[in-house]
Structures are given as structure tokens and as C-alpha cells.
Write a protein that binds this ligand. Structure first.
Ligand code: TXA
Ligand code: MG
Length: 310
């Protein structure tokens, strides 16, 4: 059975011991709950793919306790330093060239010559990473293709019995996965829109990021259909039609709302919880338009994937 651990000293120590024993532990970050495994242990990382039912070996993010540890795994650069000092710890993932002797399982990198690194800001995540003392590979703690988890309850509803433990520390504040920036190519590239707005990154770099068309994701393994509730999802709706439940935003009022005041930060933090609630209603879903600015870009990216044909 899956243990539910509290985010106190005892719970953190138990979670770290389980990771050291090669077991899987879901833990909170400020973005979403991650499904953690020792990133140096190939069997443990393989168990992550099995627990999620992830269809192929797409690369995972290695989570670190401290920005200084990044240099143990990757070729650091001036641009990496600018972004890390501005935004780590926080909802930012950097993809950098692997360094010789990095010690990470090739299942973490899916055999690429780069690795995605993140230093989360969440106090329980930081305490766990510090207690464990090594890199933790962690995708979002949901069955592959399903809605990402922003509470321990979401994690258990998808993965109960398939993982050793979940460390519970309530809802995630940001509610969207980290923004992923590729720094292995000459021009910094937005690989996934996420919890850190593109505008903030461009201001820190003093230059525009390279992007795919719109906020389309070009990280490997990102499927068009993802974050998917069971029901059909219709976007840019102003009213519910037929049996639909309307998820509102701002002035468009639905049965549920992302943010009645049109606040994108609130909408981001609620997005996955609202999709989990709608999933449980088992009726077709209509979603009000969300502006394509700031966190709205990442919200729309997730909504487009939830609405994509499967
Ligand atoms: O907020 C987050 O990032 C959460 C929390 C738990 O940290 N994690 C997360 O992991 O969203 P996951 O596995 O759902 O998404 C990781 C993404 C994938 O799209 C993968 O393709 C990309 O990171 N990625 C990993 N390594 C990469 C690499 N070397 N090059 C390009 N993309 C990479
Ligand atoms: Mg995911």
C-alpha cells in the first residue's frame, strides 16, 4: 500500500530512506507533485516509467537541492548562471549538455547528451532533496496522459498502490509544470511554456527566446493529447451547450471558474484541480477563453492538449 507521509521531520526522513532504497516517492513542488526516484539508480527510474505507464522512455527532469550542484552534472554557462541566479529555486527547468562522469541513469536522459535540471522552491521538496542528498528524477505524479496532480489526493487517485509513498503538503501554489528552457543550442529556446512566464525569462536574458510556433511545445515526448480528462473538451466557449459543464474565466461565469476576477496566477494554480473536478463529473467540458499572455500561454498550452483528439 502507498504510505501517506506528513511533511514533518519524520515524514521527510522516511521519504528520503525510501528513495535511497530505490523506491518511488511522490512529493510536492510549487508546480505540481512529482514522482521521485533516485536519478542514479536505473531500476528505480525504470519503475517510474512502469508506475506511470509512460509508453516510451522520454527524458525526465533531475531535481537538485541546491543550484551549485548543477555543475556536477552539466557544462555550466554564463546564460545558465543568469537564469539560475534569477529564478532558482523556482519553476524553471534548464536543459544543458551533460558532463562526463555525471552518474545519472541513461533512463533519466533517454540517452540524449543533455539533461533537464531543476531546483524546486517548495520547502518540503527542498527538505527531501537535502535529506536524500542526491539527484531525484521526477515526472509529474500522474498516470501517463492524464491530468497532472496538484494535491496528494490527486496523486493517490491515479497511482495509489503503485508507489511506495506520497509526501503530503497540501495544494501546489503555482499549479503548472515548470517552464523548460533549452541552453544546449546557440539560442536559448522555450521547450515548454510553464509556471515561469516567458516575459520574465526574456527580461532576465535581455533577448527574446526562440520558440516554436506560438507556445507549441518542442520538448521530446510531449504528446499532442495530454492532461486529458475522460470527457471531450471544447475551448474558447462563452456558454455551455447541451450537457456541457462550463469552466469560466473572468466575466464568463460557468458552473466552475478558473478565476472570477480574471487573475492568471489564480487560474494557473487552480487549472488541474478544476480539470480533476470536471473529470469526476463525467460530462462534456467547455472552457472560457484565457488571454495568451504571461501564465495564460502555459494555461492555454495545457488546455489545447486536454482538448486534442485522442
Ligand atoms: O514542474 C515540473 O517540471 C514537474 C515537477 C515534478 O518538477 N515535472 C515535470 O516532469 O513536469 P515531466 O516528466 O512531466 O516533464 C518533463 C519534460 C518532458 O516534456 C521532457 O520531454 C522534457 O522535460 N525534457 C526532459 N529532459 C529533456 C532534455 N534533455 N531535452 C529536452 N527536453 C527534456
Ligand atoms: Mg507530466
Amino acid at each position: 500500500d502507498t504510505e501517506i507521509l506528513q511533511h514533518d521531520g519524520l515524514g521527510i526522513a522516511r521519504a528520503a530512506d525510501l528513495l535511497s532504497a530505490g523506491r518511488l516517492v511522490a512529493f510536492p513542488t510549487e508546480t505540481v507533485y512529482g514522482l521521485g526516484a533516485d536519478a542514479r539508480n536505473g531500476d528505480a527510474v525504470a519503475a517510474v516509467y512502469a508506475a506511470k505507464g509512460r509508453p516510451s522512455f522520454n527524458p525526465l527532469i533531475a531535481h537538485l537541492a541546491d543550484p551549485a550542484q548543477a555543475r556536477d552534472y552539466v557544462e555550466w554557462s554564463d546564460r545558465a548562471e543568469i537564469l539560475a541566479s534569477a529564478f532558482w529555486p523556482g519553476p524553471l527547468t534548464l536543459v544543458l549538455p551533460l558532463k562526463a562522469g555525471h552518474g545519472l541513469s541513461t533512463l533519466v536522459t533517454a540517452g540524449l547528451d543533455t539533461v533537464a535540471l531543476r531546483v524546486p522552491a517548495h520547502p518540503a521538496a527542498r527538505a527531501l532533496l537535502k535529506a536524500f542528498g542526491g539527484p531525484v528524477a521526477a515526472p509529474s505524479a500522474n498516470p501517463s496522459g492524464r491530468i497532472s496532480p496538484t494535491t496528494a489526493g490527486h496523486v493517490l487517485s491515479g497511482l495509489s498502490g503503485r508507489i511506495a509513498a506520497v509526501l503530503d503538503d497540501g495544494p501546489c501554489a503555482v499549479g503548472l509544470e515548470s517552464t523548460i528552457i533549452g541552453l544546449a543550442s546557440p539560442v536559448p529556446t522555450l521547450l515548454r511554456a510553464g509556471g515561469l512566464p516567458q516575459e520574465a525569462l526574456e527580461a532576465a536574458l535581455g533577448a527574446p527566446l526562440k520558440t516554436a510556433a506560438g507556445s507549441e511545445v518542442i520538448a521530446p515526448g510531449q504528446l499532442a493529447s495530454h492532461y486529458a480528462p475522460r470527457a471531450r473538451v471544447r475551448l474558447n466557449a462563452t456558454t455551455a451547450e447541451g450537457d456541457e459543464v462550463l469552466l469560466g474565466f473572468g466575466g464568463i461565469t460557468g458552473a466552475l471558474t478558473l478565476s472570477a476576477t480574471g487573475d492568471l496566477v489564480e487560474a494557473a494554480s487552480r487549472l488541474f484541480d478544476r480539470l480533476h473536478q470536471l473529470d469526476a463529473m463525467d460530462r462534456p467540458i467547455a472552457v472560457a477563453p484565457v488571454p495568451e499572455v504571461g501564465l495564460g500561454r502555459a494555461i492555454n498550452d495545457r488546455l489545447r492538449r486536454a482538448a486534442a483528439p485522442r
